[in-house]
Ligand binder design. Structure first.
Ligand code: CUA
Length: 374
């Protein structure tokens, strides 16, 4: 049953994701039921995803049983009791069963029992999730923005964007908030969706234990697709992100590299570093004056957080524009020249006045100086 369902759902999703523009997927994903679709909801890689799939499976079995329990007698009755040609002359109404207490009792009580079979594992699944961070959990704060994702690691002093780095086999407790409108946070292979609400007291939570790496050799991490799933404005469909799973060592190296300042290795990059001064009202890079500026802005009363994503490890990111384009020079330059063309409604300033040299310089600084080895 599960298999048939997985086939149907995955085929549909695979078709959708092939139809959509996915320029950062070099190879694309095969049309198959082999759990290879990036938005596969049945992969069930975490404890939380498995508990959801468990309820899903029970519901599917019950609904399929109900389907056969209704349709088989129905078809039997249609065939068996159809009017025959010779009876057409003197048709009589069939024997009436109105007021049959046993029958009415049965079709009331059976659905109630069936619903209990669905409700109990559902409640179990819900109450199994803690609403406060367990002691052994690693806390990640998620902030939804129109139209990108901010990820904060309070224990590590890290704020990053659009790439959610996580260690494998680790219980993760997410605190979810929004800077503007309602968004919804979803990593299909890791479990369900949780709404992300504006307002400082509206903190929703999510908890699961990350799966092990599929291949322990994957030094650079393994990527899982994420997507905003609450219609949140013009570029809702372009509010994506990637979860990057590391070994514990790999994660520690990533976290350590995050605090290193950019390494400016050429004249072009140095020119780009100067040009970045125009960006630092909205963007921060650790180890540069933009970091000090952010501290001052946050110390103001009321605090004034920067409007754009933190770009500290921009050179390491696979995508730009929150998971919408591959991080190539061409995409970078067209994003800077005309962000609206790539992401309608984005608040990013257009740098259409940049000359080709300026563009090459800022690209060199952001794409190379900020790239770390980890
Ligand atoms: Cu944010 Cu849709």
């Amino acid at each position: 049953m599960h298999f048939v369902l997985a086939f149907i759902v995955n085929s549909l999703f695979a078709r959708v994701s092939h139809a959509a523009e996915r320029p950062f997927d070099e190879g694309g994903y095969p049309l198959s039921f082999s759990f290879k679709s990036p938005m596969d909801t049945l992969a069930g890689l975490t404890d939380w995803a498995s508990s959801i799939n468990h309820v899903y499976l029970i519901t599917t079995i019950i609904t399929v049983l109900v389907f056969f329990a209704v349709s088989i007698p129905l078809i039997y009755a249609i065939v068996k009791f159809r009017v025959k040609e010779e009876d057409l002359e003197n048709l009589k109404p069939p024997k009436q069963v109105h007021g049959n207490v046993m029958l009415e009792f049965a079709w009331t009580i059976i659905p109630v029992i069936l619903l209990f079979f669905i409700a109990i594992p559902t409640w179990e699944g819900i109450f199994d999730r803690p609403d406060k961070a367990p002691d052994n959990a690693f806390v990640v704060e998620v902030v939804g923005h129109q139209w990108w994702w901010e990820f904060k690691y309070p224990d590590l002093g890290i704020t990053t964007a659009n790439e959610l780095h996580l260690p494998e086999n680790t219980p993760i407790f997410f605190k979810l908030t929004s800077a503007d409108v309602i968004h919804s946070f979803w990593i299909p292979k890791f479990g369900g969706k949780v709404d992300v609400l504006p307002g400082k007291d509206a903190v929703n939570t999510m908890f699961f234990t990350t799966p092990p790496l599929e291949n322990p050799q994957n030094e650079g991490g393994e990527y899982y697709q994420g997507q905003c799933v609450e219609l949140c404005g013009l570029s809702h469909a372009l509010m994506r992100f990637e979860a990057v799973l590391h070994s514990q060592d790999g994660f520690d190296r990533w976290a350590k590299s995050f605090h290193q300042a950019p390494v400016v290795a050429s004249e072009l990059e140095s020119k780009g570093e100067m040009l970045f001064a125009q960006c630092q009202v909205c963007h921060t890079i650790s180890g540069t004056p933009s970091e000090e500026m952010e501290k001052q802005m946050l110390a103001m009363d009321p605090p004034s957080p920067k409007q754009g994503p933190n770009l500290t490890n921009f050179g390491n990111r696979r995508t730009i524009g929150a998971g919408t384009r591959k991080n190539t020079y061409e995409n970078f330059a067209s994003w800077l020249k005309d962000p609206q063309a790539m992401k309608p409604g984005a608040t990013m300033t257009a740098f259409s006045h940049f000359s080709d040299q300026d563009m090459a310089a800022i690209a060199a600084y952001l794409r190379y100086s900020t790239a770390k080895t980890y």
